[in-house]
Write a protein that binds this ligand. Sequence first.
Ligand code: ATP
Length: 621
Amino acid sequence: MSAHVDHIREIERVRAGGPSDRDPTVVQSWLRCLHAHRLDPAQACEAYIVPEARLREHRQQSEDLIAIARSGLEQLYRHIAGQHYVLLLADRQGVAVDFLGDPLFNNQLRKSGLYLGAEWSEARAGTCAVGACLEAGEALTIHQSDHFDNTHTPLSCTAAPIYRADGELAAVLDISLLSSPIQKTSQKLALHLVTATARRIELANLMARNRHEWVLRFAQSPEFLDVDPEAAVSIDGSGRILGLTHGGARILADAAGGDWRRADLLIGQPLVHFFDLAVDDLPGLTRRRPTRDRVVRARDGHILFAHAIEPQNRPAGSPVSRRRDLPEPLRALGGGDPRMVALQARAAKLAPKPVPILIQGETGTGKEFLARALHEGSSLNGAYVAVNCAAIPESLIEGELFGHVPGAFTGAAAKGRKGLIEAADGGTLFLDEIGDMPLALQARLLRVLAEREVTPVGASRPRPVAVRVLSASHRDLGRLVAEGRFRQDLYYRLNAATLTLPPLRERQDFDWVLDRLIERHGGGRLAIADAARRALRAHDWPGNIRELDNAVALAAALCEGGVIETADLPDHVQPAGEADDARRAALAAVLRDCGGNISEAARRLGLDRTTVHRQMKRLGL
Ligand SMILES: Nc1ncnc2c1ncn2[C@@H]1O[C@H](COP(=O)(O)OP(=O)(O)OP(=O)(O)O)[C@@H](O)[C@H]1O
């Protein structure tokens, strides 16, 4: 108890501007907790774990990062095995989206927040390694009573930031102990290890994204240059900086006297701005030359050793070349299917514009997933608010969407209530199943879109709103208009642009989608047997990605030994039985007779080409 009181007193002294022996990063974080987050040091709060559904969303949004960080995390975990350290990978919001810890201590870890789904933002948890690192953008240790909240003072946590190739902070890697030696210096090695791992994750990310560009890696000494470089930048064909690691940003900023935090000002600058080096000199810095001779001079006079990696050839116009330019959230939509590639390119152009977009596609094709990606790919600061028009009873939808003033109707909230349209002010309103919106409300919605203002139920005056409206329907809205069930004027307002998602059975990147879902449900610890993969490929997927997602979730729960076998799949996805064997043999015989000509086979069988294609797929031909 007295330690708690001492802790509160110390924080109060810092608030009053008194001197402190703490690291400046700790003092700054305490002051943010007091002034910006308005936290009270006397109020202790338990660690917070986000609900399952929110964790799933956070993991979904970080899928690419998790995939790239995984091997780095595992390697680090092997280094520290048996020392009771826990590893967390936290996203930009401070939520732990990946976790490696000793299952023996699961209960204690969960209680302390050293667990999957724990939210370690500074605003939520007070001074903590993840939160302070997200704010400071630099590696640090928050040791025991450095924590603001007394609940967390047994912990010692060390975190390092992971930056994206465009210089944005993407995540934080944290290594923590439930209990540790008293001295903060005991965590020096931990600090070194997380920093090195974060650096390797950034390097792997940069290399993966820039295979078709020049990559220049740097080290202070020639010995480590080719094996464990300290920093890297990627360079386009005209010699301009395209991407960088955190170390790369620091080298460039030092070289030209800039600020590493403003990577946006470094990217796009020519290489010669920073080094005594032009793009034509890069071939002289490849592995063909001895490391010691690969010396470059930075503009500030600093000498570095460099290793240039040549771009790999890419077929002109390949999906990869176009994917590279996509904003991160839109990349997660597809893995090279030609229709998805075209959709992603169009979505990238539309995302930053205020135009309303109508998203069409069968159920479960990822319409909401796309809407969220469009919001994230925009620069809107407001919230993303999704409304399922089919799920809200007709009597409630008006109040939900438009809000109401106090006493507007019997049962209205006493203080009145802000509607979802206003909640999305400055952001995105996603109207799912818009085809189910009652006609009377369609007229009111039209007014919101046309006049850019909303009138809550019972209010006399409208309020201005700026919302970006995305809508979706699995029904053909054009047809609903023709049948008089949907207002034509609203239809035209909503679909300034239409994006149509292809059904899963027609996607050529099925394996990519499957691998992402396996990663989602297995967190890198789940694989799939070839036979099970073939069975999944052969299925028709009327419920599209949602159906596949459910099938993988079930298989992940049932499978033993971390490998999904056919027996773990839902019954209706099980591979073809004997009857199908006969069908397969018959169809194969006809195809053989026709020399593989599907149109000819379809003619002989009296079927259309699509049916033959589908049967071939289902039967694994
Ligand atoms: N590109 C993708 N990568 C991974 N998962 C995806 C992708 N697209 C969709 N999903 C997943 O598929 C499921 C269905 O997606 P979503 O809810 O967006 O579909 P929908 O078309 O809007 O469905 P409905 O028509 O029923 O409203 C969700 O679990 C979502 O996370």
